[in-house]
Design a protein around this ligand. Structure first.
Ligand SMILES: [Cu+2]
Length: 159
């Protein structure tokens, strides 16, 4: 919150969408960062969000960091035969102008390895996103078992 380039806009768009939230950084809009509650004593968690580039220049999500876990990594999920596996995405991911980077269940996810405390339903924590052009922004991640009624059609098709 101390960073001068940090600009967060929380949109309240009606009672059914009270927990929808988004963050803006230059031409980038980060929609509803959320994480599943962690299971039991599981040391790991996952977080999701959708990042839209509304500008005319490409940008790149370089990395994600935070104190919520010992290691925070962007992971891709892929099928290896019948087994779903995941691996880090080195060098980050480009976001073309007019496109959205969907970090959603079944695809990309933010891997939180070595949680410093369990993720509890209704809780929240900050993550820092680092972009090549736009710089850095802190977003607030809501801990929810489901991202709620406000979930966009884009994300629902992955369920
Ligand atoms: Cu992972």
């Amino acid at each position: 919150m101390k960073k001068i380039f940090f600009l967060a806009v929380v949109l309240i768009m009606g009672t059914a969408q009270l927990r929808a939230h988004e963050f803006n950084l230059g031409d980038l809009m980060i929609d509803h960062p959320w994480a599943r509650p962690s299971l039991g004593a599981s040391p790991n968690g996952v977080a999701y969000m959708v990042i839209t580039n509304g500008g005319v220049l490409a940008d790149r999500l370089l990395s994600i960091s935070g104190d919520v876990a010992k290691y925070v990594e962007l992971h891709a999920t892929f099928m290896d035969g019948d087994i779903m596996r995941m691996r880090p995405v080195p060098g980050g991911i480009e976001i073309h102008p007019g496109h959205s980077l969907e970090i959603v269940p079944g695809g990309l996810h933010v891997m939180l390895m070595g949680l410093t405390s369990p993720l509890k339903e209704g809780g929240k924590f900050p993550l820092n996103l680092h972009f090549e052009r736009a710089g850095a922004v802190e977003v607030t991640v809501f801990v929810e078992s489901k991202p709620g009624k406000h979930e966009s059609p884009v994300r629902e098709r992955h369920h």
